[in-house]
Write a protein that binds this ligand. Structure first.
Ligand code: PLP
Length: 414
């Protein structure tokens, strides 16, 4: 049992930090302050151990072996799928497709659903705060099918203009794809309302949950979204693994998007090929077995944390940083929507974000700078990019103070 599991109900950030070996190091002779969690979270020992144990004891290819290791690997891989299904509020095994990440999950839907359901004049409704992963696949499918992309604007404080979004919904809207939590701004979209409105207009919905699942529980039934996607590496799990949740009836009606082993029932040159059932129809080739097992371990680890307390801790970290930034008259905040999560994006007068990032790194402070894969959003604010500090549950108030002091040091170089 992990230390964090022993403290269920009593959130203790010091104990949680102890489980993340990477956080114990010095960078540029200073204790590492890792504030790049929206890009990727670090991994607890339980996840690292689960992956290592799998390779030490159980590794084999899955699904088609007639030996003990193959059975073990298959059982662990499929158990991880069940863990993901439960994590999303009790989805069915058939509804959980493993992908390489959020990006691949959206590409899967854009190709397998989009190319069969979209035609000239059909509309794809997006928002101006989408990550490129939820823009470019739709642009590609729009080009191939003649569908048209509509984009709902973002208000000055970084909230979605919900009225404008609703006004763009029409009988021509075939799919509304929206980010749950903006990676660049931290704004939370009212996705349950949006899904309901889209459904009433006859549209299918896809929610990009890459920045949501690590901050609060998500129940796909309560949201009623048709597709929900996320990446393992932003949820304390490994890179190279992600999830597409899809409503069973929709997945069932979609053709495969990639062909190969694992996704077939029978292959014949004469009679053609028939496909495996859900979810394997969408998992061509040897999957990322260790990745899925690591993701299952990450979910088990997270299930041992008091998530309400963790969210309150993250909110308190953000409030402390917000208060400090609000008092700096050389800082331009980008994204101040009420209730946003774990992200502070800003510009420092007279400094390019890249230089700020470099000067912070010299002090052991890791942040992300640039457009955050949201170029249209940056364009909307008329900026090339921002400095983004993003929190996770293992960050501390001392780290917030260290970041604020780090900005002072940056100023001294300008
Ligand atoms: N969507 C959002 C909101 C993200 O923040 C990210 C990654 O930063 C992605 C999609 C793409 O995720 P991945 O690169 O893991 O596929």
């Amino acid at each position: 049992m992990s230390t964090a599991m022993q403290t269920r109900g009593a959130f203790d950030v010091a104990l949680i930090r102890d489980e993340f070996p990477i956080l114990e190091q010095a960078v540029n002779d200073r204790p590492l302050v890792y504030l790049d969690n929206a890009a990727s979270t670090q991994k607890p020992e339980a996840v690292i151990r689960a992956i290592a144990d799998y390779y030490r004891r159980d590794h084999s290819n899955v699904h088609r072996g007639a030996h003990t290791l193959a059975d073990r690997a298959t059982a662990a891989f499929e158990q991880a799928r069940m863990d993901v299904a439960a994590f999303l509020g009790g989805a069915k095994r058939e509804e959980i497709v493993f992908t390489r990440g959020t990006t691949e999950a959206i590409n899967l839907v854009a190709n397998a659903w989009g190319r069969t359901h979209l035609g000239p004049g059909d509309e794809i409704l997006l928002t101006a705060m989408e990550h490129h992963a939820n823009i470019v696949p739709w642009q590609l499918v729009a080009e191939a099918t003649g569908a048209v992309i509509r984009v709902a604007p973002v208000l000055e404080n970084g909230e979605l203009d919900l009225d404008a979004w609703k006004a763009l919904l029409s009988e021509r809207t075939r799919i509304a794809a929206m980010v749950h939590v903006s990676n660049a701004l931290g704004s939370i979209n009212p996705v349950a309302d949006m899904v309901a409105a889209a459904r009433a207009a006859g549209a299918v919905t896809l929610v990009d949950g890459a920045q949501a699942v690590n901050h609060f529980p998500v129940d796909v039934h309560a949201l009623a979204a048709d597709f929900y996607v996320f990446s393992g590496h932003k949820l304390f799990g490994p890179t190279g693994i992600g999830v597409l949740y899809g409503r069973e009836s929709l997945l069932d009606a979609m053709p495969p998007w990639q062909g190969g082993g694992e996704m077939i029932e029978r292959v014949s040159f004469e009679a053609g090929t028939t496909f495996a059932g859900l979810p394997w129809k969408f998992e061509a080739g040897t999957p990322h077995i260790a990745g899925a097992i690591g993701l299952g371990a990450a979910i088990a680890w997270l299930n041992g944390i008091d998530r309400v307390a963790a969210a309150a801790h993250e909110a308190a970290l953000l409030a402390r940083l917000d208060a400090a930034l609000a008092g700096m008259n050389d800082v331009r905040r980008i994204g101040t929507a009420p209730g946003r999560v774990a992200v502070a994006s800003f510009l420092l007068d007279g400094a390019h974000p890249t230089d700020v990032g470099m000067l912070l790194d010299q002090q052991g402070i890791a942040v992300r700078v640039g457009h955050h894969c949201t170029m249209p959003l940056m364009e909307r604010f008329g900026i090339p990019g921002t400095v983004r500090a993003s929190f996770s549950i293992y960050n501390t108030f001392e780290e917030v103070d260290c970041f604020v002091a780090g900005l002072d040091k940056v100023r001294s170089f300008l």
